[in-house]
Design a protein around this ligand. Structure first.
Ligand code: NAI
Ligand code: MG
Length: 357
């Protein structure tokens, strides 16, 4: 059956990097049926909305979605609920893609590009599983109240239900099962929380423990406070295998981990829901307005996001492996965009990866 792939190039460098991903997909999966739609600021400019119902329906009917990035200073004055970033939150929430996979993998050729010394990052391979559709980013009530005495109060609500914790923890355990053979201090799933000071953290830890006992008792499981994990990531990151984190801690820990791999331009991500839900794939970086339109963006994160789509949504591990190996080979051969200390343009980097294919 024909598999359908929706491209949402978005704003800033989004269209530049997704174009290279599309070129690579054309080589390894020429039978995919592509469609493309406006999203984020580009959609706002045309339709007055960052995500139209039509595009949302198109997304629901696709097998996989590749998003570039959204937002930028151009839309800074737009009402909050119409901002490009709100389109992205809505897409994630509507698709209910609750498990955000953010691999922090250091390609051998980039071990010297990391912010840590080579010995700490050579062979680094961490998978962060971040809860994406609940927690403090979505909890109600939230708002800014005027207290009437010259003071204002801003508040958010960090809350999780047991099923929200269990379903994302299950994904983390399943992933850890497929990554056997890791040593180190934290060899399996390491669940992060702030159960020392937060009730939602207490529930998080209790539900992870229960699920582990019921379904994954043979898998290693550790618990660590989220701040201690932040320290561990810069102390001895290779000791870590799979990190399970809520929406907020996962956001922070994955940016931290990204720096270990050389450049934010290298990091892909996947957002997955229940079986049958289209996966939403996107580079971890944003629209990079400072370099947009100049052909300077590193397309690797977008290309590796396409790689994740082939692996996690389209059941094409062979094609995914080809992309993975080609990116590694191109880097070994010295292909570098500016963020990696080189001088290649976005499309030249795409050329190098296609040549390696
Ligand atoms: P950013 O990730 O766009 O840029 C941070 C820095 O990294 C910049 O110096 C940029 O030039 C560089 N950079 C990012 N991607 C790169 C690449 N592929 N190659 C080379 N260099 C790269 O984050 P920033 O500046 O905080 O946000 C810019 C806009 O993007 C904002 O409007 C923000 O809301 C939006 N954003 C959107 C995201 C998304 O669509 N998922 C995620 C993060 C930010
Ligand atoms: Mg973030």
């Amino acid at each position: 059956m024909t598999q359908t792939f929706l491209l949402l190039p978005g704003d800033g460098i989004g269209p530049e990097v997704t174009e290279q991903a599309r070129r690579v997909l054309d080589v390894v999966a020429p039978d995919l049926k592509f469609s493309e739609a406006l999203f984020g600021g580009a959609s706002y400019d045309e339709h007055g909305l960052p995500l139209t119902d039509e595009v949302l329906n198109q997304a629901r009917q696709s097998d996989a979605i590749l998003m570039g990035a959204v937002g930028g200073p151009k839309w800074a004055g737009v009402a909050r609920h119409l901002r490009p970033e709100m389109g992205l939150l809505k897409l994630r929430k509507e698709l209910d893609v609750y498990a955000n996979l953010r691999p922090a993998f250091c390609f051998p050729a980039l071990a010297d590009a990391s912010s840590l010394k080579r010995e700490f990052v050579e062979g680094l391979d961490i998978m962060i599983v971040r809860e994406l559709t609940s927690g403090v980013y979505f909890g109600e009530p939230r708002g800014i109240d005027d207290l009437g005495n010259g003071e204002r109060k801003g508040y958010d609500n960090a809350c999780y239900t047991s099923s929200e914790v269990r379903r994302v923890a299950r994904v983390a355990f399943e992933i850890a099962k497929g990554r056997k053979g890791k040593g180190g201090l934290y060899p399996g799933v390491t669940s992060t929380d702030k159960s020392n000071v937060m009730e939602s953290g207490v529930l998080w830890r209790e539900e992870v423990i229960k699920l582990h006992q019921e379904e994954f008792a043979n898998e290693p499981l550790d618990h660590i406070l989220a701040d201690a994990m932040a320290m561990q990531l810069v102390k001895k990151p290779k000791d870590v295998n799979v990190i399970l984190a809520d929406n907020l801690f996962g956001d922070i820990l994955s940016d931290e981990a990204s720096q270990l791999t050389g450049s934010i331009g290298m990091l892909p991500s996947a957002a997955l829901g229940e079986p049958g839900t289209p996966g939403l794939y996107e580079p971890v970086h944003g629209s990079a307005p400072d370099i947009a339109g100049k052909g300077l963006a590193n397309p690797c994160a977008a290309i590796l996001s396409a790689e994740m789509a082939l692996r996690w949504s389209l059941d094409r591990a062979d094609a995914a492996d080809r992309i993975w190996n080609a990116v590694g080979k191109a880097l070994e051969d010295g292909a570098r965009t500016a963020d990696l200390g080189g001088s290649m343009s976005t499309s030249q980097m795409g050329d190098a990866i296609i040549a390696a294919l």
